[in-house]
Write a protein that binds this ligand. Structure first.
Ligand code: BYC
Length: 470
């Protein structure tokens, strides 16, 4: 069954009405979720009508329907990609066995931890972004922000469904906790580092959706391979929605670069101070934001050498993104040479899987940089945007706390601390970016620091009224 029934209180394609106790448990959680959304979701959005896409099917073609929705009336639901007949576990020690339709007892707590960690990031990101609507650079951007937010809310539903359906009472308790932890809260913070960082301006939002949502893509792709079939099916559908979030990041940064180049041309200078005085984001400032969010997102892959990663793979719970691209799916006697602060080290491949994933992620991150740098080059400037070294500003793994600069050079600690403001936004940089964040809501108009997008949403014009404000 792939159709989604919107007549149900909780829209779903998992035949929820056939499992009354699960339906009751989720209907009990639903008002708690809506209360959380009202308190922690996008600020002052309650009266807005937003041109949003909603999932109407899980088939790759024609899955989304676009229309105006009043924000609190958005219908969050439970959507799994279609089951694949006779699906098998595709990697690890259980390779070749039938994929599990239930949680294998011996892996229960690991699976629960993974699902809770994934689930925790979704509401966290909504909390991090909750004030941004007040300073949107255009109606088009405001709509995109809300689209991302409602879908992160739905991704929380996806994980809560798994917790309720497969983990009994402790799953229900974990689902409650997902609404009780809050981003940046001193007593009950979110689980992973990046999800406690404030996102107080749109430049940070674009970097977050470029770098951090891309970690989401990689983690979801690795779960799409899972031997636990409901997790795989849930994540496969989440990935369909995730692509737009990274699009917001890549095009957002691209539009900032474009506008900055226009200002540099207009002024006939690349002097950062003059670019700033003209109300645009100078390229060295953008580089600092890239350094901050990229280095933070690199921590989200976990330690370079990880027994958790080894066990999750060997047990068939978490594969590598696009597992079928590899030849060896068991990795019993293979190793990988890793760069560590102590020098190169030979590590069993199973234990190095976080690093394998981080390296593919970094390659994927390069794609946007190439595009932005092409625009800079075409405009005749020598400046190039770069990704920071994997050792820079790390809070997790073998490089933790080491004074490594963005090029990967180990510095004396004192020099590193003194120069950190050259590489990540300083309080003055943040104050400047904050000063640019003025709300623009006239259809088709853009804030002066960002160029318009190349096209609108769903083939509509850029000056379409994507949000009715009240
Ligand atoms: N912050 O062996 P280790 C997304 C913990 S983004 C805090 O190094 P492991 C989204 C780790 O939990 C994708 N703690 O790493 C994006 C463990 O703690 P316990 C989110 C961290 O376990 C934008 C200990 O350190 N999904 O969807 O191999 C908007 C030792 O762990 C961090 C997932 O992350 C950190 N950065 O891998 C919205 C997938 N890193 O268990 C959404 C689920 C590590 O000893 N999570 N630790 O108490 C996982 O698969 C793994 O937990 C990790 C870490 C990949 C995060």
């Amino acid at each position: 069954m792939t159709g989604i029934d919107y007549n149900e209180r909780i829209p779903n394609n998992v035949e929820l009405s056939g499992n009354k106790s699960l339906q009751r448990a989720l209907e009990h959680w639903q008002p708690e979720y809506l209360k959380w959304w009202g308190e922690m979701g996008p600020e002052k959005s309650q009266a807005m009508d937003v041109y949003l896409r909603t999932a109407v099917s899980v088939e790759p073609k024609g899955w989304a329907h676009y229309d105006y929705v009043r924000m609190p009336d958005y219908r969050w639901g439970i959507f799994l990609a279609p089951a694949q007949a006779e699906r098998k576990v595709n990697f690890g020690a259980h390779k070749g066995e039938d994929a599990w339709q239930d949680v294998p007892g011996e892996y229960r707590s690991t699976l629960r931890r993974i699902i809770v960690t994934q689930g925790d990031t979704e509401p966290a990101s909504v909390e991090q972004q909750r004030h941004l609507g007040l300073t949107c650079p255009s109606l088009y951007d405001l709509r995109n922000l809300f689209q991302v937010n409602v879908e992160e809310g739905r991704h929380l539903w996806a994980m809560v469904y798994l917790l309720h359906a497969y983990f009994g009472r402790d799953g229900r308790e974990e689902a409650e906790e997902l609404l009780a932890r809050h981003s940046g809260d001193a007593d009950k913070p979110r689980i992973l580092t990046t999800f406690n960082e404030p996102i107080s301006d749109w430049l940070s939002l674009y970097c977050f959706t470029y770098f951090t949502d891309r970690d989401g893509k990689y983690q979801l792709k690795s779960f799409a391979e899972s031997g636990f079939d409901p997790l795989s099916r849930t994540c496969r559908f989440m990935l369909t929605e995730e692509a737009h979030h990274m699009f917001v990041g890549e095009t957002g940064i691209g539009r900032v670069v474009k506008r900055t180049l226009e200002v540099m041309k207009e002024l006939g200078t690349d002097d950062p101070a003059k670019v700033r005085a003209h109300g645009a984001v100078d390229l060295p400032l953008l580089q600092k934001y890239l350094n901050f969010w990229c280095s933070s997102s690199l921590d989200l892959f976990g330690s370079e050498i990880s027994s958790n990663a080894a066990a999750s793979f060997a047990n068939g719970l978490k594969g590598r993104p696009d597992e079928s691209q590899y030849e060896d799916h068991v990795l019993r006697d293979v190793s990988l040479r890793l760069d560590t602060p102590e020098g190169a080290q030979e590590v069993p491949m199973l234990n190095a899987l976080n690093e394998v994933m981080r390296e593919s992620y970094l390659k994927d991150c390069e794609i946007g940089l190439k595009r932005w740098n092409r625009a800079i080059e075409r405009a005749g400037h020598e400046f190039r945007l770069t990704l920071p070294s994997s050792g820079f500003r790390r809070a997790i793994g073998s490089w933790v706390g080491l004074p490594v600069d963005p090029t990967g050079k180990l510095l004396p600690k004192e020099e590193y601390e003194r120069r950190l403001v050259e590489w990540v936004p300083s309080p003055e940089d943040k104050a400047f970016v904050k000063s640019l964040m003025q709300k623009v809501v006239e259809p088709g108009k853009m804030a002066a620091w960002i160029a318009p997008p190349d096209r609108g949403i769903n083939n509509l014009p850029i000056d379409y009224e994507y949000v009715h404000l009240s």
